[in-house]
Design a protein around this ligand. Sequence first.
Ligand code: CO
Length: 638
Amino acid sequence: MQYDKHGVLEMTEMNYDRNRPAASNPIKINDVSLRDGHQCLFATRGRTEDMIPVAEMIDEVGYNALEVWGGATFDAMHRFLAEDPWERLRTLKKYMPKTPFSMLLRGQNVVGYRNYADDVVEAFVQRSIDNGMDIFRVFDALNDFRNFEVAARVIKDNNKHFQGAVCYTLTEQRLGGDVYNMDYYLKKVQELVDMGVDSICLKDMAGLLAPYDGYNLIREIKKITDVPINLHTHFTSGMGDLTLFKAIEAGVDIIDTCIGPYAYRSSHPAVEPLVISLLGTNRDTGLNIKQITAIADEMEVHIPKYKHLDNNPKYAIHDINVILHQTPGGMLSNLVNQLKAMDSLDKLEEGFRLLPQVRKDLGNVPLVTPTSQIVGVQTVNNVLFDSEDGEYANITEQVKDLCYGMYGKTTEPIDPEVQQKALKDYPRGSTPIEDRPGSVLEPELEKAKGKASGLARNIDDELIVALYPVTGKRFLRWKYGHEKIPLELRPRTLSQVEKEETLIRKALSGELSANGTKARRQLEVTVDGESFTVEINDPYSNELANRARRSHRAVAKEVEEEEGGTGKLIATIPGMIVEVKKEVGDKVTADEVVVVFEAMKMMNSVKAGVNGTVKEVHFASGDSVNKGDLIMLIEPEE
Ligand code: CO
């Protein structure tokens, strides 16, 4: 059989065993299970101890690269797992010395949610290399490649692989329209070629790329450059496998996949069906299906530990809403969760309506971390606090930064009215910058070292604090035993999971009777589409903290019932206290920022609102707050 027109697969010798002849143009495969895979399916909670049992096997497969680090792993590990991200990199390298490692780097955002100063970017990239990283997939949420410059220099100086990514986003259901069309992407690819990238990634983080659009894009890109093209797509909308297949026909060089148990839903197409589909063609992967299946079997063993993190009750494994709203799946579920947390789920339709408008107002930016959060949270704010469309009554700090140019150049100009409103009283000034954002940021590393002193023992520790000042310090206190790691952050064991499941089974069959006054935890279980709530005895439930939270809420509720503007600072959204700038007894003015708190990864500055004296402070840096919690009480001046 010969299919040689337009890249359609060509059959070679039909020899399906392991020693089959090499294909003339084998597709190269990156395995992303240990980074993007569990980031999508288990909220990035995969633990190193569950990766070690498969690490050596994965290293034997012959993948082009293994994405094992970067993206959200750095944040999730130090915040939710009490694991040192640097240590994971070193440990995995020991078990997987053969296959190159790759990481996802958010350009000047590094592995955080804002642009950091150049010295932090330089030090972070250098330490990533020193700890074992080989390939850097660098992206910028605005596709503003000036934000690659500093990272790229360090990568190149160390002779490591610099992969530049173009974020794929849409404003229509398919490629086209005025903004994100073929011209846009070809221009972006050319910019990367001119920067001297070693390879190019077309990064479709939301699973929006349709098969024929992928086919045409790859073919057009191939006409302008010989630089290898790596397609990164997600299964989310259900098109992932089709899109990969058409891209392979079009001549894409590298694709990203996951091993079966870590594939599909909002994750990636699975590698196994692709290996079989391409057998005996000119694009044969050359991979051994039996070897991969053995890894999948071992991975399956550990999955029950993470099942509680997957609360998708749907039967369908795809979500076509991402196409209907041109929005990453995570962003849609965040919108739902945020409105739910504020008892405003009834305003969801309003959220869907406003989201494209907010995105347009903010320059029609691509939606990927952190712009997806920036647009998402501002949409929630507009839903909750605006009395008319376009009011922007409550603008987040990140939107102000975006309007000032601190993230880079937006795809289209920001709405001038919104921009003006955002930059009123903006500390850096009301005229936006045109330069590369990093060039206006003062060095930060020395300051971070100061903050970390007494806790950090090396530069890697200091970098954790530089990127995550509050949770980073908390992590170092756990790491060096100054503070106990909370029980709920410790790993779940299989026997623990088994016990829970037995209890759930018993509860469902009515065998379990109510019992005692011990700490109990509620579990939501879904059986055949029906939800049950069961309570189990659970030493992990933090009863004291819950009680404290309840009493704060009670106080806050009373306060809410009084007239506003009385110096009672109440959390309007759930989040975490980053900084309390005043102590009991301090004098404050109405315009002064007294508390900074993080909600949905965005910073919110809370002003005193009245001139007066601080009477009560109920939370400290690092504490979680719920909606309605009283944070600070200020006694107004007479
Ligand atoms: Co991804």
